[in-house]
Design a protein around this ligand. Structure first.
Ligand SMILES: *Cc1c(COP(=O)(O)O)cnc(C)c1O
Length: 224
């Protein structure tokens, strides 16, 4: 399917999920995840109106960035090795995978402007997942308050691999509640207006539970 048709379908789903939860579809940003696809297919996504792009590996980000530069807002969504921060730091607008103090330190040292970061949370506690435990978030945020090149704009999570919608929904709901706890702290450096959650198979649930940024790959651009 062409990207424009896929996007039309996704926008309908967003509308329905937003209206179900009394939200405005305008609150929701689609991040087109292009990690599976070519430059040509990525160009098609931009042509269709996608302005936010996400890549999960440093090589992929650099490759796409070379071609499109400031035609898109760039989101780094994959786990980030500390030594690779310097390669992407002046290209990305958002990092969704801040998950440890050493990474925060490196981002803060290398950045030449404020980087908008999501702290990745392993809500479900699956051993295979990256991210900090919910209990670690507040102490972590207190530790990075002096890191003037980092602004924490939100929390990010990945739902567990399951068909059980109840389980997925609970993960998203728990992340939203955790963000509320953070917001109540009124941290200057971690205002947390956003929630990055929901992918191709579960974004409708994520929106109902408060997602502001959904990361869509396969259902938008496909997987090859
Ligand atoms: C690949 C990826 C996505 C998109 O996955 P789809 O299921 O293809 O939509 C979203 N977020 C992260 C972190 C990813 O690595």
């Amino acid at each position: 399917m062409d990207v424009a048709s896929n996007l039309a379908t996704i926008q309908k789903t967003i509308q329905a999920a937003a209206s179900k939860s009394n939200r405005s579809p305008d609150e929701i940003t689609i991040i087109g995840v292009t990690k599976y696809v070519t430059i040509e297919r990525t160009a098609e996504a931009i042509e269709a109106g996608i302005t936010h792009l996400g890549e999960n590996r440093q090589e992929g980000l650099l490759h796409k960035y070379e071609h499109f530069k400031k035609q898109a807002t760039w989101h780094f969504i994959g786990s980030l090795q500390t030594r690779k921060v310097k390669d992407i730091i002046d290209k990305v607008d958002y990092i969704h995978s801040l998950d440890r103090l050493s990474l925060a330190k490196e981002i803060n040292n290398r950045a030449t402007s404020v980087i908008k970061c999501f702290v990745q949370v392993n809500v479900s506690g699956e051993a295979s997942k990256h991210g900090m435990t919910p209990e670690e978030i507040i102490p972590f945020l207190e530790k990075i308050s002096e890191y003037s090149n980092i602004h924490v704009v939100g929390l990010m999570t990945m739902a567990p691999h399951t068909d059980d919608e109840t389980v997925i929904r609970k993960v998203f709901r728990d992340l939203n509640a955790l963000r509320e706890t953070v917001r109540n702290k009124q941290y200057q450096h971690a205002s947390c207006p956003y929630l990055s959650m929901g992918m191709s198979n579960d974004y409708h649930i994520a929106i109902e539970e408060g997602a502001t940024h959904i990361r869509i790959g396969s259902k938008l651009v496909g997987t090859e």
